[in-house]
Design a binder for this molecule. Sequence first.
Ligand code: XMP
Length: 329
Amino acid sequence: GWKMEDVMDEEIKVINNMVGSDDHVICALSGGVDSTVAATLVHRAIGDRLHCIFVDNGLLRYKERERVMETFERDLHLPVTCVDATEQFLSKLKGVVDPELKRKIIGKEFICVFDAFAKELENNLGKKPAFLVQGTLYPDVIESCPPPGTGRTHSHTIKSHHNVGGLPKDMKLKLIEPLKLLFKDEVRQLGRILTVPYSFLKRHPFPGPGLAVRVLGDVTENNALDTLRQVDEIFIQSIKDAGIYDSIWQAFAVFLPVKSVGVQGDQRTHSHVVALRAVTSQDGMTADWYHFEREFLDDVVQKICNNVRGVNRVALDITSKPPSTIEWE
Ligand code: XMP
């Protein structure tokens, strides 16, 4: 096996060789482990010639923007520009139900926002940024485009991950992908050496397209995003309170564009169904559904139905990967 200290030193060397001494680099931070560790590594290599951007695309979790920006400033001392692009993303997603199309639209909008950020930097610095940092991991590489000789066929090309490929040719930014040979647990190890706070490293993964792939159907309808944020927050908080957050690879709620009949008080209701999903996994490539205690589930379902308007039914996803993927879209 490799020693992670050596991987770090080697990566810093590679970055310094690649990036010219007056080149500037941009990096989009998602608030997740991968982009945070990638940015911290590049910051270690080239210092304040790294310029980070955090995009609120309107598809983030409950209070995510505030929470993440606070951590970047307080714990990581990474200078980050925060851009609110909610309207820009949601207007493009209106009426879109096809999962692949959603991903493509979101990927494209991200690029538009980065492009604008790069142009603004160019105005301020008098020089175009030359590189873009991406927190691409090994599983992203092999699931999106299996390299030859890995024994993986194109049937493994299951979903288009927005952070692999798809960059417009006229963008003229070269990619820095310092994590592309690492698995998630290795990225966490690397982050620990880089003194990224543990609270940050142990966060569950969150997909680039955000809640768009957890609202089935049109994300702009049925107050879906707000409803989903509330359900998700209750679920995750309950998981933390039960002390099982670290035993789970990923947990989240899914909003279904389906209504069912319920009864609350002595009122008949016709409201939405949400699903809860929690899985264990080593690397996200395969996963098993997580077996909750019955009491835990009783409590969560009660909290959700009592506190979230517009939800009267909760389903539990007990499918593993394969045959399902972790995300629903
Ligand atoms: P699936 O749903 O394919 O997910 O079983 C495997 C892991 O990848 C995450 N995921 C993504 N991450 N951009 C990302 O950065 C994406 O487009 C994307 N799609 C899925 C997913 O949350 C899980 O951890």
